[in-house]
Write a protein that binds this ligand. Structure first.
Ligand code: PMV
Length: 356
């Protein structure tokens, strides 16, 4: 990035969605690099809006940062963002000249078990790259700007690297995806049957409490996990198997892999040392009901889980009306406070205009 000595001020804003992993990223090394490639669908309705006001002054000597969440200062998030800047000085050569006011809000309740770091950190990364483009008039093309945003998002939260793009996204090197990298995510635009690009993803909130294990601590559990190497092997194999199911429009094969990945993630957590059981009794009741309806009604729906007790139910758009009926009658009884978010595969982030 070519620096200039001008004093520059401005505003940028981005909306960025959360994503749900099909092949899970669980285990990392170095500076937020994944031990295995992961695949995800970017969502549509669960997103973060981030507004950034910046002032880059060559005479400033230290970063000045404020952060507010839903209109209120939030010390913990502010601290996280400050650490992200400070831990990656090579990526932000202008950091000590920067004064930045960040305000952010989610479309979904905080701590609802939706990956808020993916949406919030990708939204922030996109704002930063947009700011850099305005201030330093970089010659990077559109694709390179998104690559840089994905790289920055990854440094803040690995899964956030994937939220920079819509649809199906891959992060981590795999033979299947040309140009894939451990350093940033890439969108997968070919070899995917359209049925998957309009897939529904309904999030059932079983427990809105804070997670008992942070994702940083969770990834660290893999460092001395006895099954770690086998897990990374299986994850790579699952990426290959997903590539076939996705290309062939094979919903049943897709669903089998999806559920296996979800249970593998929780299995690894359960037999880690220390051990964590994040599933709740109602998580299992929902899983049983999904499988029961699938088997008895030959109904094509499947579940996945993030690192928490909430369930993501996935099904093709054409069965959405019937799925909604099953959700209301069979699954809702196990959901906390009517916490159901009807989401779907989405188009990815968009720039926002500042309210006048
Ligand atoms: O991005 P992190 O460090 O919060 O890790 C996310 C890990 C999972 O959400 C459990 C899986 C994934 O790939 O999104």
């Amino acid at each position: 990035m070519k620096s200039n000595n001008k004093h520059s001020q401005g505003r940028v804003a981005w909306r960025s969605p959360s994503n749900i992993a099909l092949v899970k990223y669980w285990g990392k090394y170095g500076r937020q690099l994944p031990k295995n490639p992961s695949l995800s669908f970017t969502l549509s309705e669960a997103y973060t809006d981030t507004y950034v006001e910046y002032d880059i002054d060559p005479n400033r000597a230290q970063l000045e940062l404020t952060f507010s969440f839903h209109g209120k200062t939030h010390a913990a998030f502010e601290d996280k963002i400050r650490k992200f800047f400070m831990a990656n000085p090579d990526d932000f050569p202008y950091i000590n000249q920067l004064k930045i006011n960040i305000s952010s809000q989610n479309s979904f309740p905080h701590s609802a078990g939706i990956a808020s770091s993916a949406s919030s950190m990708s939204a922030l990364a996109l704002c930063l790259v947009h700011m850099e483009q305005k201030v330093y008039e970089s010659s990077l093309g559109q694709a390179q700007l998104f690559t840089r945003a994905s790289h920055l998002a990854r440094l803040a939260s690995g899964s956030a690297s994937r939220s920079v793009y819509g649809g199906l996204v891959c992060w981590g090197e795999t033979e299947w995806v040309t140009g894939s990298s451990d350093y940033y995510a890439v969108p997968i635009s070919q070899g995917v049957d359209p049925v998957f690009l309009s897939f529904e993803n309904t999030i059932l909130m079983v427990d809105k409490g804070e997670k008992p294990v942070s994702s940083t601590a969770g990834h660290a559990l893999m460092n001395k996990h006895p099954y770690a190497e086998m897990r990374y092997y299986v994850a790579r194999d699952h990426v290959n198997q997903f590539s076939e199911a996705l290309a062939n429009g094979d919903i049943a094969a897709f669903g089998r892999l999806l559920e296996n990945e979800a249970l593998a993630l929780h299995g690894l957590m359960m037999n880690s040392d220390p051990s964590f059981i994040l599933l709740k009794p109602n998580t299992l009741s929902i899983i049983e009901a999904i499988r029961e309806v699938r088997d008895s009604e030959d109904f094509p729906w499947y579940f996945t889980l993030d690192a928490g007790p909430n369930v993501h139910v996935m099904y093709p758009h054409e069965v959405a009306t019937q799925a909604r009926k099953y959700i209301e009658t069979r699954l809702q009884p196990f959901v906390q406070d009517n916490g159901i978010l009807y989401d779907r595969v989405g188009q990815g982030p968009s720039a926002l205009v500042w309210p006048s």
